[in-house]
Design a protein around this ligand. Structure first.
Ligand code: NI
Length: 178
């Protein structure tokens, strides 16, 4: 297990369409997932997509009980989600702050579907089918955007609400954000 370098915005590998996973529960896949959790926890992230470490597969992880980078966020179950499909469950849009480990030091307000269903597979190939809302729905939409080459700044509609984390949120410990 090891912590990987997280690619930063500007790297063309973050703009690719990720390939579907075809083999589940292999030693290589389990090692990759373990490395992704190590990398996410080391960066105190709420989620991580495989393309962020240069692996062009439809694989994301997310979840936390309490997150230092998002102290207001409710817990999200620790999840491995492979070959995901997201379907909005209503037209309702919610705006809230997001950051990204590939866009260090910045935050922006991003409109997302308030309530979505997501399906896919876990690390053993078992199906996942959940209806979620709020921050959980936001995290899933953010992570799955990485699989289609979209970073959250590309979703911002009001750039007056985009800036440096230490200016916007001086109460956050800068050590918790990069
Ligand atoms: Ni991200």
């Amino acid at each position: 297990m090891s912590v990987h370098e997280i690619l930063r915005m500007g790297d063309p590998r973050l703009l690719r369409m990720a390939e579907p996973v075809t083999e589940f529960d292999t030693p290589a896949m389990q090692a990759l997932i373990a490395d992704m959790f190590d990398t996410m926890y080391a960066a105190k992230g709420a989620g991580l997509a495989a393309p962020q470490i240069g692996i062009n597969l439809q694989l994301v992880i997310f979840g936390f009980k309490q997150n230092a980078r998002y102290p207001e966020a409710p817990p999200v179950p620790e999840t491995v989600l492979i070959n995901p499909v997201i379907t909005p469950l209503s037209d309702a849009i919610e705006e809230n702050w997001e950051g990204c480990l590939s866009v260090p030091g910045l935050r922006g307000v991003v409109p997302r579907y308030q309530r979505v269903r997501y399906t896919g597979f876990d690390q053993h190939g078992a199906p996942i089918d959940r209806a979620v809302d709020g921050f959980h729905a936001r995290v899933v939409q953010h992570e799955c955007d990485h699989l289609i080459g979209v970073l959250y700044p590309m979703r911002i509609t009001d750039f007056s609400q985009f800036g440096f984390t230490d200016i916007l949120f001086p109460e956050l410990d800068p050590a918790d954000d990069d």
